[in-house]
Write a protein that binds this ligand. Sequence first.
Ligand code: GLN
Length: 308
Amino acid sequence: MYQGRSRVVIVSGLELWQWCQEARSQAAEFNVPLQEIDWLLQTVADLEKLELRLQSFKTRSQINMQIPLIQLTQLWQRRLEERLPVQYIAGITPWRNFFLQVSNAVLIPRPETECLIDLAIAAAHDQVDPRSISEIPEQWADLGTGSGAIAIGLAEVLTNATIYAVDISAAALAIAQKNAQTLGWSNRIHFNQGSWFEPLQALRGQLNGIVSNPPYIPSQIVPQLQPEVAHHEPHLALDGGADGLDCIRHLINQAPDYLQPEGILLFEMMAGQAAEVRQLLNSQGSYQKITIHRDLAGIERFALAYRK
Ligand code: GLN
């Protein structure tokens, strides 16, 4: 897979245009969205969106590419035949207002998960006097950080918070750490390898907020997901056990021990899980102000609760 390197390969506009024509007809044949070609070329070649859209790059004598065309062709074949996600080919994905490096060691951060950060901002403002939000040092956790998306998103908006990013996978944590470093957040994000709360023992009772996009897909559904997901994304980040709620139950049961009074628990879930999740939060007994929030597609996707 392609990972941002510095080597530059030069191709002619015409060569790349021919590559594009071929890729377009294959995309149509294999039912892959055509926009993926332009997006991929923007990430591996020094091409602007508009040049791609107008195909004006065809007459350029030189275009710098980060990989040779032959390698791009090989990767594109994997997109078509193995349904390898285009983000893993490019090695990056856009998320909120930044780009994250991704590999198949991490789940590709989804657009709907971007809402978790907005909900965290709103919840943090509800929790304290908004005027003091940037003055009080806070401690937040992102459990199951994967690419580090949530931890980085939180670091950006909670300007005085230290974020503890936890993942059981060393390979995922290495990517999260690299992303934090590239985007300039290493000083406020601490990385800890381990299972959920395990590495955060010293923070019992001290966290202002816990945010997570845990695995929540029922085990028997995982193999039926679209092949891009089922065959390439880490099942560790998807499989939530028999009913999909194993990790969510663990979060709900453990979080009260780690949150300050009024501390926030905020996590993502699957369509159809909201009623049961609300019930789990209620019956745990330590939470108040329990709310369910929809994503932009109108799906009940997020649960928010405050420790009593
Ligand atoms: N939203 C992801 C999907 O649809 C699943 C992410 C997760 O389990 N946390 O594949």
